[in-house]
Ligand binder design. Structure first.
Ligand code: SAH
Ligand code: SF4
Ligand code: F3S
Length: 476
């Protein structure tokens, strides 16, 4: 019998890419592939790539550069570049790295097993790409970006009891800085029956937490004749599935955070009161240049709707871009003020990176020096971190329900191997990270943890074994 093919896959980018890698691995496993730990041990090497910032692309091009020698020594190895950078750079990848065999866009991943086979038997360079946003009828463009979601491989997930589930493909918002509408194509909601069917498969595989994915997930809609399904309806359907304990959804678009969705979050106990809603900037002028489609005041009104519906239990997080084209010091300070006003659970802060092919790249100069971007990034992060730490203090002495994910980064491997307690990590219903000591068999369970210390990003706690009227009594 022939030995199995061995696949090495490296993934950068967002959760969409993690999910795509999971499905590509599942499809190759069906053909008998096994996973390898390094390119040297593999006969098939895939890079799942991201184009959202230049740095993400540089990372992939340097990884490819490091592979040159390996491919020279072993020309029979198949090297493939898939994902957003494949769709964006297309044949340019063959120019930059002539030894690459395959370039496959994120909407064409179902072709990967056959293309690998073709490259192996016939040689040559192969591409599978989706249509550009102006390259045909909308119907055809959409089709060319559809993915093959139902194939799942639990072993490829960070943990087998947590999974991503795509409900929406693409994006139609066209923020001026962003490449995603070009790489992932037009926005399309997946049919609710498909989503629910996939969630049932995941629940049967032992999955307890699902995170619904979409670039603007709360804009989700699916029209079938007279009937329109929105995210609130979909959440209600998913809530019925036995075995699923937690449901999250990312990323939200501020304008589409409607009352009915917030009420669904409030009324459906499995749905996390955690909302990632990127603001991007606290300045109306910058938001306008970004073409985000809302004002700071619209965002404030959304925050008020969240507060009114969900109250204290809600945890809101955000993304910011600093140093966007023409951002003055005053405009930047407006972002600082908004972070203070909104008191986000956490914020991801990015330095603006010009993306060829976007409207900002065509029309607005990238005129903020790197040093200024860096300083603004650090300043905003410091303000956010202080708020995160202050707000985490409210958890001191409280008990939270934690879905245990696994050993923490600091877990002592010696304690792990002799069965002793190790440092474990998990998340609360509102997505806060909790670390505590415990036995590894707690992994996958939802358990009460008493919190005795906090940092900006973590709650530190101990397993609660029983409660006494005097407070929490806990054993590690
Ligand atoms: N669909 C999501 C986010 C997709 S990209 C949304 O609309 O919120 C994730 C984050 O990367 C964005 O929220 C934005 O903050 C950041 N980002 C996108 N394009 C960028 C660019 N050209 N430079 C720097 N950051 C960028
Ligand atoms: Fe990009 Fe804007 Fe779409 Fe988000 S909403 S993916 S930032 S274009
Ligand atoms: Fe990157 Fe594509 Fe995701 S550009 S952020 S991998 S959608």
């Amino acid at each position: 019998m022939k030995p199995p093919h061995r696949l090495y896959i490296e993934t950068v980018g967002c959760q969409m890419n993690m999910l795509d890698s999971e499905m590509v691995v599942a499809s190759l496993r069906q053909r008998g592939y096994e996973l390898a730990g390094s390119p040297e041990q593999a006969d098939t090497i895939l890079f799942n790539t991201c184009s959202v910032r230049e740095q993400a692309e540089n990372k992939t091009y340097s990884a490819l550069g490091r592979l040159k020698q390996e491919k020279r020594l072993h020309p029979e190895k198949i090297v493939g570049v898939m994902g957003c950078m494949a769709q964006k750079d297309q044949r340019l990848i063959f120019q930059k790295a002539p030894f690459v065999d395959l370039v496959v866009g994120p909407g064409q991943l179902q072709q990967i097993p056959d293309l690998i086979e073709k490259a192996r038997t016939e040689g040559g360079q192969h591409t599978a790409l989706s249509l550009g946003r102006r390259d045909g009828a909308v119907k055809d463009i959409k089709r060319s970006h559809e993915t093959f979601d139902p194939l799942r491989d639990p072993t490829m997930r960070p943990t087998p009891f947590q999974a991503f589930l795509r409900i929406q493909i693409g994006c139609d918002k066209f923020c001026t800085y962003c490449i995603v509408p070009m790489t992932r194509g037009p926005e399309q909601g997946r049919p609710p029956s498909q989503v629910v069917g996939e969630a049932k498969i995941l629940a049967e595989q032992g999955c307890k937490e699902i995170t619904l994915l979409g670039q603007t997930v709360n804009s989700y809609q699916y029209r079938d004749g007279q009937q329109t399904t929105r995210l609130a309806d979909l959440l209600a359907q998913l809530h019925e599935i036995d075995g699923i304990e937690r449901i999250k959804f990312v990323t939200n678009y501020p304008k589409d955070m409607t009352y009915d969705l917030l009420q669904a979050v409030r009324d459906l106990s499995k749905v996390s009161p955690y909302l990632h809603v990127p603001l991007q900037s606290g300045s109306d002028q910058v938001l306008k240049r970004m073409k985000r489609g809302y004002t700071v005041d619209d965002y404030r009104q959304m925050m008020a709707r969240i507060d009114e519906t969900l109250g204290e239990q809600a945890a809101i997080s955000s993304d910011f871009i600093v140093g966007f084209c023409g951002e003055t010091e005053e405009e930047f300070q407006a972002s600082v003020e908004l972070v203070k006003e909104c008191r986000f659970k956490n914020s991801f802060i990015f330095k603006y990176s010009e993306r060829p092919g976007t409207r900002a790249s065509d029309n607005l100069p990238d005129d903020i020096p790197f040093e200024v971007k860096k300083r603004r990034n650090n300043e905003l992060l410091a303000v956010q971190n202080q708020i995160s730490e202050e707000d985490n203090q409210a958890f001191l002495g409280r008990q939270v329900e934690v879905l245990v994910e696994g050993p923490s980064k600091k877990a002592d491997p010696a304690a792990e191997s002799n069965g002793g307690p190790i440092q474990l990590t998990g998340r609360t219903h509102c997505d806060r990270i909790v670390v505590f000591d415990g036995n590894e068999r707690l992994v996958g369970q939802t358990i009460p943890i008493g919190i005795y210390d906090v940092t900006a990003h973590t709650l530190l706690g101990a397993v609660v074994t029983h409660e006494s009227s005097g407070g929490l009594v806990s054993l590690a």
